[in-house]
Design a protein around this ligand. Structure first.
Ligand code: DX5
Ligand code: ZN
Length: 224
């Protein structure tokens, strides 16, 4: 079954605990925390304190997306704060294999991610070692952007790379996921959908927005 990761980037941070409780009650599978440093991406968001605060209000796995330079310096802090999955950008990790090892040694699941214009071939050597691959389908930095249409073929190609080698990694898609784009994203082979604006900035209630997102793709069988 395809899972949903609710990105709190679009949540109301003045009511963060309540919003996390609401998405959990709506049946999402992960809480996605977008960490931005103002260097790797042109925005600054949350640190380990936010992960720790989210950890206190939910038992859902916390999926931490690190859009920061030198992530290896901060991984222990995010792990101690309660992160379940730690995902680093290949563009920020010259020693990616070492960084993935570090994440596993910290007791977390390791994810790798790449920007829309970074070649899928940069993943080739690391795929046997990771629990999750996150494909960015917008340029990282902001919520509420439009899905880049050529990303569909990237999802299909990554699906093939994983299947042909028999790697069990999750294929997570991040950026511009909504009830209009989700059916094609799922048909292309995604197993986790990150969604921020479509859940937290919808005219619908959080419960209805999650149900609508799930209903949009549910008749498509997962390719995994
Ligand atoms: C963008 C973030 C995403 C973002 C997705 O840099 O990595 O997780 O919050 O937001 P939506 O679903 O609004 O595109
Ligand atoms: Zn993200």
């Amino acid at each position: 079954m395809v899972k949903i990761a609710a990105s709190i980037l679009s949540a109301d941070f003045a009511r963060l605990g309540q919003q996390v409780t609401e998405v959990e009650a709506a049946g999402v599978d992960y809480i996605h925390v977008d960490v931005m440093d103002g260097h790797f991406v042109p925005n600054i968001t949350a640190g380990p304190m936010i992960v720790e605060a989210v950890r206190r209000v939910t038992d859902l796995p916390i999926d931490v997306h690190l859009m920061i330079e030198k992530p290896e310096k901060y991984l222990p802090h995010f792990a101690a704060a309660g992160a379940t999955i730690l995902t680093v950008h290949v563009e920020t990790c010259p020693h990616l294999h070492r960084t993935v090892q570090q994440i596993h040694e910290l007791g977390a699941k390791a994810g790798v991610t790449l920007n829309p214009a970074t070649s899928l071939f940069t993943l080739e050597e690391i795929l046997p070692y990771v629990d999750l691959v996150l494909l960015m389908t917008v340029n990282p930095g902001f919520g509420g952007q439009e899905f880049i249409p050529t990303s569909l073929s990237r999802i299909e190609r990554l699906r093939r790379m994983l299947d042909q080698a028999g790697y069990p990694a999750e294929l997570e898609v991040d950026g511009g996921v909504n009830p209009e784009t989700a059916p094609q994203i799922v048909a292309a082979g995604a197993t986790i959908l990150v969604s921020g604006a479509a859940i937290f900035e919808s005219e619908l209630s959080i419960r209805e927005a999650v149900a609508r997102l799930r209903g949009s793709y549910n008749h498509f069988p997962a390719a995994a």
